[in-house]
Each structure stands twice: as C-alpha cells, then as structure tokens.
Design a protein around this ligand. Structure first.
Ligand code: GLU
Length: 509
C-alpha cells in the first residue's frame, strides 16, 4: 500500500469526545481504523478527547468502552488499556499542551488575544462576515497590537485571554487525502483559530488533537468526513511545529446517509423508522431519555460489524458475509468511496439472520438459554440445541426463537381456533385416538424409525395422511405450525407425545 509513512510502524487512533453515546457512524470509523491497524500489524489506540469541559457527559467514556467490548473490537493501547505514550485522556495532559502553546507563542506563530465576547460581538455587528484573521487581527486587542509589557501585566493580573493561531494568508494548503485525493484550500479563508483558553487553562480540540497525534506517533488519521474542514488547519499546525515530515496521512470517510439517501443520518431517522443509531442502549443522565441500542435490540455484534464494514467500502465483488478476520484481509482504505453510504438498516436484519444461520446450534442455544430461563423454562443445553436446530432458519433474531419453539418446552394451554376449524373435523377424535393406540405400541420414537411406521399404519387404514397428521399436530403444538411432525415427536419423546395427544382428545371431544 502506498503511503508516505516510510518505515514507521502503522499507528492509528480512535479519539472520541465523551459528549454522549457513541453514534453508529463513530463505530464505523473505529472499525475502519481497527481493520487498517490489523492488516498492517500496527497499533490501534483509544484516546479520549475531553478538553471541552462544557460538553462533558458523565458515563460517556464507560459507555464507549463497553460498546467496543460488546463488539469485540480490541485496542492495543489507550485509556483503560495502558501503553507507553500516555496518559491517553487529554484532560490529564494539560502540561504538555501548555508547553506546546508556548512553543508557538515563542516562535511568533500564535498570539494572545484579550477580546471579550462583547467586543467580538460588536465587531461582528460592525464588519459584515467578520472573521478573526489577517484582515482584522490588527484592529483587535491582542499581543500583536498591544505593547509587550501591557500584555504581560494583563496576563499576570489574571485577565482572561485566548491563544490564537496566526494564519498567514494567500497560501495554498494541500491536504493529501487517501480517499479524497488532493484537496487544496486557500489559507485566506481560514480564521485565526483559538488554540488555548486561559479560562480553563485547556487547549481546544485542534491543538490537543495535533499535539497528541504527533507525540503518539500516529501515522494515519482515519475519521469522519465532518472533520475534513479542519484538515487544512491541522496541516498548517504540523508545519508551524516543524513536524511536516511525520505528519499523519489523512483519510476522511464518507458520510452515513439516511436510509432514503437524502441527507445525513440522524437519531431522528432511527426514531422515525424504528432502528437504533447507537450500539448500546443509552440512558441520558440529564434528561433521563432512553435511546435504543443494537445490543438490546438483539442484534449480533458480528452482524453489526459486517454491515458497517460495507458502508463506504466493498471487496470489489459481491461477497457480503465477511468475518472480522476476513475483513482484515480484504479491507482497502484506498478503495473507500467518497460518496455517502445509505444506512439501509433492513440489510442489517438480513445480516443478523445470516449470522444466526452461520453459528453452531450450540452457540445459538447458549444465546437462547437466558430467554428460556426468563420464561421459567429450564432445559439442558442439548435439548435447547435440538430445538434451535429445528427452527433457527425461521428467525432473524435470537429472541424470535421463542415464538417458533415454545411448544417444544411446554404443552399447549389452548388450541388455536383457526387451526381447529381447519383440521379438527368430525373424524379427527377417532383417527387421533387410533393413532395414539398405535403409538402406544411403539418403543422407538426417533424420527427416522417412527415416520415410516406411522406412514405404513396410515396407509393400511386408508386414511388421508394430511388430515390425520395435521389433527395430530394440533394436539401436540396447539396450532397447525412448526417443523416436521416427526422431528417434534422425536423431541417430545413417547411419554410426552402421548400425554399431549390424549389430553387434547379429552379437552376437544
Ligand atoms: N474528538 C474528535 C471526535 O470526537 C476526533 C476527531 C478526529 O479523529 O480527529 O470525533
């Protein structure tokens, strides 16, 4: 793969801000970073970008970590994982940022500005489309326009200030993006971004992000398209620090679009159409609002990852089912699309069905067991496994196994009206009673043995097979549904089969 990272070990990071639950788009970003790191034998870092204290939401960091535990995406280093480039939580790196802000100030690449919110507002009213940049900075209250000793005494007196990045106008800033190619922006349209605020002595996102990517030796920045507008500024910051030779390569991933394709996917689309936009259920600590999650909606993490992997990339053929390991082998960052990817959530239901089919019956049985226990049913894992084998092809979700197999674990408490009307005709009590007597004479209830015997018996009687067997089915299941009848009698065994059939006879006659 061509890139300018030379012989450096590939290092990528997922760097969420703990401002709420992780959006499903963030999961896709993390997945692409994971795949890229794995296929290059590199490192996948988890960094928390929490320098915006106003937007901090308690519990968000733990939620994000729990999401990745559920999904099975493992980080190599970072918050809660350790590593030799820490600390990995930005709020614990204040001194590092301060030092780097001073480096820019000393080099004359940044300056101190004292303009109050009211003063900035006044300027905005005075100058149309006001922007703090080369055209306006000399009209403002900052260290470029004020004598040095005045600046120093204001700072010493505790006057609030920000540090702004001094952007030189008239330059072409090139962002060489792996997915988007060469993006060129004129530096004249950029404003002198705030890098640091004395109010909380914390850097802004831009400074902390660049400093950390550099110090953590990040080689590739793979992130959502919404960060593309920040990239030219980031390129200029790398240059200002003199780090251009080790600047990471950028890859801005395509937007996730509404299922209909018009516009960006939002939480409202999920509410409107009934699908989650978060990996796990989220309980908002402020509003108390609960938002649904894929885990609680009974999606398999493998299905979610497979589905997300294909939102913005495909293997170049029509292969759709790919395990995480296969994805590591096939994924290609350079082949990611620039165009937004429609979030066709119905496809995820299909993936879930396919992943249930691909699991062993034992694996599915392990997932089904707690649901049975909740219904008050205890059965051996072998019994559950057999039940799963009979009905799993009919379900999209593990919880749907119950509606398709409850009768295997409990005798019918009632009989479905429609099924009775169709199959419990005048002669049904008679043929069923006769069939019971015949079954009484049989010892081996395994399907392969019993089926031909019953068929011979029915033939010898000259009864219509469908009529006899469907009436019999209703006595065992409570309705005309379920898998092959001899699979059911096999599962129930001689005693339970006869008990159910005779009970129905007494109730229905
Ligand atoms: N903290 C940013 C976020 O929340 C990170 C963006 C980036 O990856 O540079 O997504």
């Amino acid at each position: 793969m061509s890139d300018n990272s030379g012989n450096r070990r590939v290092r990528v990071r997922f760097a969420p801000s703990p401002t709420g639950p992780l959006h499903i788009g963030g999961v896709r970003t993390a997945l692409y970073n994971y795949l890229f790191a794995r296929q290059h034998g590199g490192d996948f870092i988890f960094r928390i970008e929490d320098t915006d204290t106003n937007r901090f939401v308690p519990g968000a960091e733990e939620y994000i970590l729990e999401s990745f535990r559920w999904l099975g995406l493992k980080f190599d280093e970072g918050v809660s994982f350790g590593g030799s480039y820490g600390p990995y939580r930005q709020s614990e790196r204040r001194d590092i940022y301060r030092k780097h802000v001073d480096m820019l100030l000393d080099a004359g690449k940044a300056y101190i500005a004292f303009d109050t919110p009211a003063e900035l507002e006044a300027k905005r009213n005075e100058i149309p489309n006001f922007q703090y940049d080369a055209t306006t900075r000399m009209q403002m209250r900052n260290s470029l326009t004020m004598p040095a000793d005045e600046v120093r005494s204001l700072v010493d007196a505790g006057e609030q200030y920000v540090v702004r990045f001094m952007i030189e106008p008239g330059r072409e800033v090139v962002v060489d993006d792996i997915i988007r190619g060469r993006v060129v922006v004129s530096s004249s349209i950029l404003d002198d971004k705030v890098l640091f605020k004395s109010a909380d002595m914390l850097p802004t996102y831009h400074l902390a992000n660049i400093v950390d990517d550099h110090l953590m030796e990040v080689t590739h920045v793979i992130r959502g398209e919404e960060w593309l507008p920040s990239a030219p500024l980031h390129v200029l910051l790398y240059e200002a620090f003199g780090w251009q030779d080790t600047m990471p390569r950028f890859a801005h991933l395509p937007l996730l679009l509404k299922p209909e394709g018009n516009g960006k996917l939002s939480k409202r689309d999920g509410d409107r159409l009934g699908f989650p936009v978060f990996p796990l259920e989220w309980h908002d600590p402020k509003s108390g609002e609960i938002s649904s999650g894929y885990r609680e909606k009974d999606y398999l993490p493998e299905a979610v990852l497979n589905f997300l992997a294909l939102l913005g990339w495909n293997p170049g053929n029509d292969q759709e089912i790919m395990s995480l390991d296969e994805l590591v082998g096939l994924f290609n960052l350079e082949k990611c699309s620039k165009a937004g990817a429609r979030f066709n959530y119905q496809k995820l239901v299909w993936f879930n069905h396919e992943y249930i089919l691909r699991k062993t019956d034992r694996e599915v049985a392990e997932l089904f067991r707690p649901i049975l226990e909740e219904k008050g049913i205890t059965a051996s894992i072998e019994r559950i496994e057999t039940a799963v084998s009979l009905v799993k092809s009919r379900v999209n979700f593990v919880h749907e196994l119950w509606d398709n197999s409850y009768y295997l674990f409990q005798a019918p408490a009632e009989y479905d009206e429609k099924s009775l009307k169709k199959w419990w005709k005048e002669d049904a009590p008679h043929t069923t009673a006769e069939l019971c007597d015949f079954l009484e004479s049989q010892d081996d209830f395994s399907g392969a043995v019993l089926e031909p015997k019953v068929m011979d018996w029915i033939a010898s009687k000259g009864y219509p097979v469908g009529k006899v067997m469907n009436a019999f089915r209703v006595t065992l299941v409570g309705a005309a549904m379920g898998p092959q009848i001899f699979a059911i009698t096999d599962f129930l065994g001689r005693e339970e089969t006869l008990r159910r059939a005779r009970h129905a006879l007494s109730v229905l006659s």
